[in-house]
Design a protein around this ligand. Structure first.
Ligand code: SAH
Ligand code: MG
Length: 230
């Protein structure tokens, strides 16, 4: 009994240390050596307002992946305040492409535009205010993407995925955040809070489909990261 109580505590403390250690490595942040303070402010402000921005461990891995595949055009679904988008835009622009990012919430979109402007990224990229379910089909079918980041409402992940897969280049990657929803996809049905039951069910069906029909891997770090390579 004692061990059962202690284990999770030790584990979470260990994770806390790991996350701090990763943050101090600042892989992704190195993209903004001179403007680092501005980026840090975007992060601090977003966290203070409880905007669910990407964690450092996932950000570092995502940028590592996008940079190494020399991703040109990048699509992001779920801009929020633009934190993850700043990094993706920088990678895209360094590789001769641009970021297209979508946000449904007007206030967050406004903040994101402001943040992109501060870093000189607004002109070179495309920020769209609207529902991605309507906006993805409106995108120019002639433009394909090397890297797509899905990070919006989890209940719609399958739709976002299917719509954007068509726009993905051969060898391109779709990177999906929060796929394990705080571990809820892995627990018994009875343990899932009522209000999350539908979302968890949809996420599990989505994961199953990805496993069966796509070139897919599920990585159990952060909030669960899914990667599909075309
Ligand atoms: N990628 C951001 C965090 C995104 S949080 C970062 O890491 O910095 C998820 C965002 O998706 C929220 O701001 C939410 O308003 C937005 N969103 C949810 N459903 C959406 C939809 N259907 N279309 C566009 N944006 C959506
Ligand atoms: Mg996320």
């Amino acid at each position: 009994i004692f061990l059962k109580i202690l284990e999770p505590c030790d584990f979470s403390r260990g994770r806390f240390r790991i996350e701090n250690f990763i943050e101090s490595s600042k892989y992704a942040q190195n993209l903004f050596k001179i403007q680092n303070e501005i980026v840090q402010n975007v992060k601090d402000e977003s966290l203070a307002e409880n905007v669910p921005i990407i964690t450092d461990e996932v950000l570092n891995y995502m940028i590592f992946t996008a940079k190494n595949m020399k991703a040109g055009n990048i699509l992001e679904i779920g801009t929020a305040t633009g934190y993850s988008g700043l990094f993706l835009a920088r990678v895209a622009n360094e590789n001769g492409g641009f970021l297209t990012t979508m946000e449904i919430d007007e206030k967050r979109y406004g903040k994101a535009v402001e943040n992109f402007k501060k870093l000189g990224l607004f002109e070179k990229n495309r920020m769209i205010l609207g529902d991605a379910l309507e906006e993805i089909p409106r995108l120019d079918k002639g433009i394909k993407y090397d890297f797509i980041f899905i990070d919006a409402s989890k209940g719609q992940y399958l739709k976002f995925f299917e719509m954007s897969y068509e726009l993905l280049n051969e060898n391109g990657i779709i990177f999906i955040d929060n796929l394990m929803f705080r571990g809820l996809v892995a627990v018994k049905k009875e343990e899932i809070p009522k209000r999350y039951k539908t979302i968890v069910k949809r996420l599990k069906e989505f994961i199953e489909k990805l496993n069966e029909e796509y070139n897919f891997v599920l990585l159990p770090f952060g909030d669960g990261v899914g990667i599909v390579k075309k």
